[in-house]
Design a protein around this ligand. Sequence first.
Ligand code: AHG
Ligand code: MN
Ligand code: MN
Ligand code: MN
Length: 330
Amino acid sequence: MENITTLGEYIIENQSDFPYSSGELSKLLNSIKLASKMVNHEVNKAGLVDIIGGIGDVNVQGENQQKLDVFANTKFIQAITNRDIACGIVSEEVEDYISLHGSDNTNNGKYVVLMDPLDGSSNIDVNVSVGTIFSIFRRITPVGTPVELKDFLQPGSAQVAAGYIIYGTSTMLVYTTGKGVNGFTLNPATGSFYLSHPNIQIPENGQIYSVNEGNYSHFPQGVKNYIKYCQKEEENRPYTSRYIGSLVSDFHRNMIKGGVYLYPNCVKNKAGKLRLLYEANPIAFIAEQAGGKATNGHKRILDIIPTELHQRIPLFCGSSNMVEKLESFL
Ligand code: AHG
Ligand code: MN
Ligand code: MN
Ligand code: MN
């Protein structure tokens, strides 16, 4: 591990990237790093401790909440709250936004954090990789006043940072602050994340398409036509179909190898399944920062003005040429 940069060193060395950060955004990123290590510790021994399975509750999404959903949600909220830097949090697992009062009982935090504490919950009990996704904005309301709904309903283009952690064969933290995308891998021996994937660029083209083909019969005709295009024996096709069922893992693979991820709207899910604020927006910010694209089929994800905290949106993202080809079918 000679002179490989740790995540902590990288954050400090690059905090000048933020025109207005006085180290607060760095502290926020460090709190997310800390929580990710705690979640990673539980994920790695899931099955040995009482952390898998459901808790018998249904979350605001109508999903059966898994113990790890709740554990991860608690750990990230605790870590972010303890730093007095964020004034509010939105979580997939909590219906309303969480207002964070500073130690002096005022809302002096300059940032809001929106997160999917555990992405790919259906994979927890079957030992398939899962993740965490986060999105950070500067607040709109003045420092010292209560955070309001509008602080969270900003277009994705206003994000100051976004990232994800994958708890997979190795644990990686990938994030952007608008100056490119960098990936850090956790060394379990030292408990530190090390810069392993500097300046990630999504190949413009790829041979992989990722979609839950079980929903094929419910897809819009244009999506059906694109899937048939991917499967047709001509030119450099048929493509390979790869679908893990964890957005972070499917997206990360496509980002490294090239590929396109599709979660379309369908009869069952009229606006699709994925949530705009803490899945599509952060993934779209990362995709574009790595030279890729992210759209709802007709509009750039980052240009969409949110109206509700948990609103869903169709998501098509990955290699720029593949997303453009897909859009031509829609
Ligand atoms: P979450 O576990 O946070 O609710 O997200 C699950 C999402 C996403 O991770 C994944 O790509 C997608 O749901 C899988 O949905 P299907 O099982 O319907 O394919
Ligand atoms: Mn998710
Ligand atoms: Mn989730
Ligand atoms: Mn969920």
